[in-house]
Ligand binder design. Structure first.
Ligand code: FAD
Length: 276
């Protein structure tokens, strides 16, 4: 079975959660995701927004997992928040270091995702299923691919159950990462993050920040059709469909879609795939 999950960010507007629940979730639910996840703003800026969105999804019967980053939060704040999630029945956490908001200084980065995984296991035992992030194209902070893999291995050794990748458009990056994990004896499933392309500006901006590579041929094509929104969307969907097909043929365990709180492109891609 190919696992599907869909990611949202906590809406900013006061009626945003309602709109998400009424307009987006029903469309995505038809694809039968195993769970939804809700991002956590750098430095705890969406602590309540993430909680509220997760709680709304759960109260309507959907499985929802909060992202939680330790980048700028104290251990006490983090444990308290985890307790609140436990109280509403959440069983899955996407555990991250997170990115530190500008102005807070780099020293806060001394706590990484491995520390968060340890903190969760120490305080909650095996109660939560813990997902962590993986970087087939190597995290921007890494000095080299092998030290990056050391940090990934440490998160799994600390008790993470599975991982979700940063998005990429070159399947070989994943195959190489998987081989390197196998050589290290890392057997945790690594689900593939898929970023549908909707506008040229946004994909270029996101990718530069996230350290994700948009291959030259894709960029050239996107630039040549940038003024035609529909053509960009269609090309973006085709690329993601082909990417998913190649990955499925190679036996990936599933996909996690960065939906950006929209359903159109995600549904278009998922509907084109034949799942077992
Ligand atoms: P870690 O795994 O702790 O570290 C990432 C890399 O930094 C390591 O691979 C390693 O190369 C280096 N590193 C780690 N520790 C050290 C150390 N002690 N010394 C030197 N180098 C080190 N961000 C958000 O703010 N909110 C979200 O909700 C969110 N959701 C995400 C979901 C997914 C699936 C992914 C892939 C990313 C998400 N991010 C999110 C982005 C993520 O927070 C950033 O990529 C962040 O920079 C790293 O977080 P991490 O958990 O991967 O960190």
């Amino acid at each position: 079975m190919t696992r599907l999950s869909f990611e949202f960010f906590p809406p900013r507007e006061s009626d945003g959660v309602l709109k998400l629940m009424n307009n987006v979730v029903p469309k995505l639910q038809e694809s039968k995701p195993e769970f939804y996840s809700v991002t956590y703003g750098a430095g705890g800026s969406t602590r309540e927004g993430t909680f509220e969105t997760v709680a709304s999804l759960r109260s309507t019967g959907f499985d929802a997992a909060p992202h939680l980053s330790i980048g700028a939060d104290s251990e006490e704040t983090t444990v308290e928040l985890l307790q609140r999630y436990q109280n509403i029945g959440v069983r899955r956490i996407v555990a991250l270091r997170g990115d530190v908001p500008s102005g807070l200084g780099r020293s806060l980065r001394s706590a990484n995702a491995e520390a968060l995984v340890r903190l969760i296991r120490k305080n909650f035992g095996d109660y939560f299923h813990i997902e962590v992030a993986a970087y087939p194209e190597v995290h921007p902070d890494a000095t080299n691919p092998e030290s990056d893999l050391d940090y990934f291995a440490a998160k799994i050794a600390a008790g993470a159950d599975s991982a979700i990748t940063q998005y990429f458009y070159t399947p070989y990056a994943y195959f190489d990462f998987r081989e390197r994990c196998e050589k290290r004896g890392i057997t945790a499933p690594v689900y593939v993050g898929i970023m549908p392309i909707t506008t040229v500006d946004s994909i270029v901006r996101f990718s530069a920040k996230a350290g994700a590579d948009v291959p030259r041929w894709m960029l050239k094509k996107l630039e040549s059709i940038a003024s035609d929104e529909n053509a960009v969307r269609e090309f973006g969907c085709e690329v993601c469909i082909r990417l998913c097909e190649d990955l499925m043929a190679a036996g990936v365990p599933g996909f996690h879609f960065y939906t950006l709180n929209r359903w159109g492109a995600t549904r278009r891609i998922v509907d084109a795939l034949r799942f077992d």
